[in-house]
Design a protein around this ligand. Structure first.
Ligand SMILES: [Zn+2]
Length: 289
């Protein structure tokens, strides 16, 4: 009986020691869930149906930030609106901006006119190899806040990375089958996926911040879509769906919806691989003939 009480106390103290971790978007929440494993669950700040680039915080979001021991977010490149509240509302919380972490190669995004502004494309979770670098950074940040469990975090990250290697091979096989077929992306957010899996990019409707496109850009894309070199125009929740019809009108170019955030997938462990597999199915399905 005394032993049981001792165990109960041990569990209670462990539970109390688990840090309160806040994440920005569902894919990052998924990766952090894998690393925390049985030790706890992170809190997700953004609703899955929210637009990550443009979001208005609710008062309850402020409270979530104020309670955090550790905030893990992609970075200001994805959610510029989060930078100031993070400093003001969670001054003492540790912060990990994954875009600033080491061990992976960021890609630059281009604006409508293809002038290179040297802006880092923030959608880097869309390559599982980069997600693996991020798993390591997540484990290190958790271990720094909760040293007692540092080893468990590192082990969990290692395990998740092994499944991501498998995931990347699965996706590569799917995309291999449709290699060389041209795609117009919804916004300039899929370069990491395209680079990782050899998808032929012919353009993007919006910039990487998902701002509305200008008429000259749409006219140019329409020409590209009508040229016979594009098989599929993709849409996502961040762009107006009516662009697809305007681009493909009078052609047999296909359109499909993709989802880089995973609006309808169950959150937590397994989210990331479900998101990526679903995206690969959506893209390869549209490109298949
Ligand atoms: Zn985006």
């Amino acid at each position: 009986m005394r032993l049981i009480a001792a165990f109960a106390a041990l569990f209670a103290s462990n539970a109390a020691a688990t840090p309160i971790v806040v994440t920005d978007i569902a894919p990052i929440h998924g990766l952090v869930s894998e690393v925390m494993g049985d030790l706890g669950s992170p809190t997700l700040l953004l609703p899955t149906n929210a637009d990550a680039h443009h979001y208005t915080m609710r008062p309850s979001d402020g409270q979530v930030l104020a309670d955090a021991d550790l905030v893990i977010w992609v970075g200001a490149g994805l959610t510029p609106w989060l930078e100031a509240p993070l400093q003001a509302l969670a001054p003492d919380a540790k912060k990990l901006a994954l875009l600033l972490s080491d061990g992976w190669a960021p890609r630059e995004s281009h604006d409508e006119d293809d002038h290179d502004h040297g802006v880092i494309d923030p959608h880097a979770w869309l390559d599982p190899a980069i997600a693996n670098a991020w798993l390591g950074a997540i484990a290190a940040a958790l271990g720094a806040v909760d040293p007692e469990n540092a080893e468990a975090y590192a082990d969990n990250a290692e395990q998740a990375a092994v499944s991501n290697v498998e995931l990347r091979l699965d996706i590569a096989a799917k995309m291999e089958a449709v290699a060389g077929r041209g795609v117009i992306w919804p916004h300039d957010a899929y370069g990491y996926f395209a680079d990782a899996f050899g998808v032929m990019t012919k353009g993007a409707i919006s910039d990487s911040d998902a701002a509305a496109p200008g008429p000259a850009h749409i006219a140019e894309l329409r020409e590209i879509a009508q040229s016979g070199n594009v098989v599929c125009v993709l849409l996502d929740p961040e762009v107006n769906p009516s662009w697809a019809g305007i681009l493909t009108d009078g052609t047999d170019v296909k359109t499909a919806q993709i989802d880089p955030i995973g609006v309808n997938s169950p959150l937590g462990v397994g989210f990331y691989s479900a998101l990526m597999s679903q995206m690969a199915d959506q893209i390869s399905g549209c490109l298949a003939q």
